[in-house]
Design a protein around this ligand. Structure first.
Ligand code: GLN
Length: 384
């Protein structure tokens, strides 16, 4: 018998993601699932019809490695309109297996053993394992306070000759905060004159509230020239299970990303790309998203008024962080478990994303749910 247990693991401390853990706990205990971030309502029927039409029309074989030209053209036009920069459709845009596929390819393409990558904590949980599996070293910078602010002086102090990449997420998962124009300008100044690559995860670019403008890295010339910007159709068009995203980057970076993208997936789903190419012709399909989710955020916050949970309203993403310090001093992971098993409401504990798993008694609730689900969830929170 071969002894596979003695093989050295590439990720010895790697474990199943908190999203899978909490979602399966929710299923097992038939709890309302506000944990993993996905909508519990349907994607647009017109979009489904477009996918079906593409299948019937015979678009069922491999598309080009970097995506079909008409979709890359649409993405280029969308970015130019929104962020005033022109990405070349043939060499600077790639369709990927969700944003996760883009993030994996971007990190793997550039991170060598010993390279340092600055990540902001709480950090979305795919960055660090990917950095480590490539021999790189994540260098954490904890965001501060209720508003999850960034201390740019601390970032400056952590940059050195080994810093290869810096990862930002805006709007930010799991905190629901957004980077301001000032944040981006400070970052731009810090990176000036370096060869540091910026990985900018912007999957919630259209889910932003209270008239705040999304500050895409692509808007800032000193960032765009070094940025790999990742986006997600799943988040924008309510179909996370289709696993379709994309990234844009200057040609010199994209050439290297392609090598990894080709080796991991080669290309992504053809009929879905045909459908998105058509659907993106109508900007209202994504421009209405901020208002749509702002109503959900407001509804959720209104519904939970009078409970013992407190929190600053999310400024972007479809997550609301709530503090439960008035209820218990249990660890957030324990409380999240108990909330799921005993009270039938699943959420995500924030400590798992924090530096040294610091526990600030915070849980993340996904409000991309039907009003009926949000009402039932709020009822649970009122009883605690
Ligand atoms: N992005 C989603 C979240 O933050 C889920 C992603 C995943 O499960 N990999 O909940």
């Amino acid at each position: 018998m071969p002894d596979f247990n003695s093989l050295p693991s590439k990720l010895p401390k790697g474990k199943t993601s908190i999203f899978s853990v909490m979602s399966s706990l929710a299923r097992e205990h038939e709890a309302i699932d506000l944990s993993q971030g996905f909508p519990n309502f349907e994607t647009d029927a017109r979009l489904k019809d477009l996918v079906y039409k593409a299948m019937k029309d015979g678009y069922n074989q491999y598309p080009p490695m970097n995506g079909i030209p008409e979709l890359r053209e649409q993405i280029s036009a969308k970015i130019e309109k929104l962020y005033h920069i022109k990405y070349k459709a043939d060499s600077e845009i790639t369709l990927t297996a969700g944003a996760t596929g883009a993030i994996y390819a971007a990190i793997t393409a550039f991170i060598h053993a010993g390279d340092e990558v600055i990540v902001f904590k709480p950090a979305y949980d795919s960055y660090e394992p990917t950095i480590k599996s490539n021999g790189g070293k994540p260098v954490p910078v904890q965001m501060k306070g209720e508003d999850f602010c960034i201390d740019w002086q601390e970032v400056k102090e952590k940059i050195n000759s080994r810093t290869k990449m810096l990862v930002i997420t805006t709007p930010h998962n799991p905190s629901g905060t957004v980077f301001s124009k000032d944040d981006m300008q400070q970052l731009e100044a810090l990176l000036k004159g370096t060869n540091i690559i910026l990985l900018s995860d912007e999957v919630y670019e259209h889910i932003i509230f209270d008239d705040i403008e999304h500050q895409s890295a692509s808007r800032f010339p000193g960032l765009a020239e070094r940025a790999i910007v990742c986006s997600s159709f799943g988040k924008t068009f309510h179909n996370t299970g289709w696993k379709m995203g994309y990234c844009v980057a200057p040609e010199a970076l994209m050439k290297e990303i392609w090598k990894i993208h080709e080796l991991t997936v080669f290309c992504v789903n053809h009929p879905t790309q045909k459908a998105f190419a058509e659907y993106l012709k109508h900007p209202e399909n994504y421009l209405s998203l901020g208002n749509f989710y702002q109503e959900k955020r407001d509804k959720f916050l209104e519904l939970i008024k009078g409970t013992k949970f407190t929190g600053t309203p999310a400024r972007g993403t479809y997550y609301q962080v709530l503090n439960f310090a008035k209820i218990t001093d249990e660890k957030d992971t324990e409380f999240a478990r108990r909330l799921t098993i005993d009270h039938k409401l699943a959420s995500i504990p924030l400590s798992v994303f924090n530096y040294e798993q610091k526990d600030n008694s915070q849980l993340r609730f996904c409000f991309a749910k039907t009003d009926e689900t949000l009402e039932r969830a709020a009822e649970v929170l009122h009883n605690i």
